[in-house]
Design a protein around this ligand. Sequence first.
Ligand SMILES: [Zn+2]
Length: 59
Amino acid sequence: MPEFECKVCKLKYQDKVTAEQCQKWCSTHSSCNFHIASQAINKQAMEAGELNDARFKSS
Ligand SMILES: [Zn+2]
């Protein structure tokens, strides 16, 4: 199964369009779009704080 990664927040998505939406959002905003991030296939890692992104640790 293909994976598409947002280069900014390291979240992974099954479809390229969503990954690009996430990357576009992440590079223009200082926070993640929860609606987009909730579709990430590795969002458990995000919620567990395993991703090296300070934005997720403050929330
Ligand atoms: Zn992102």
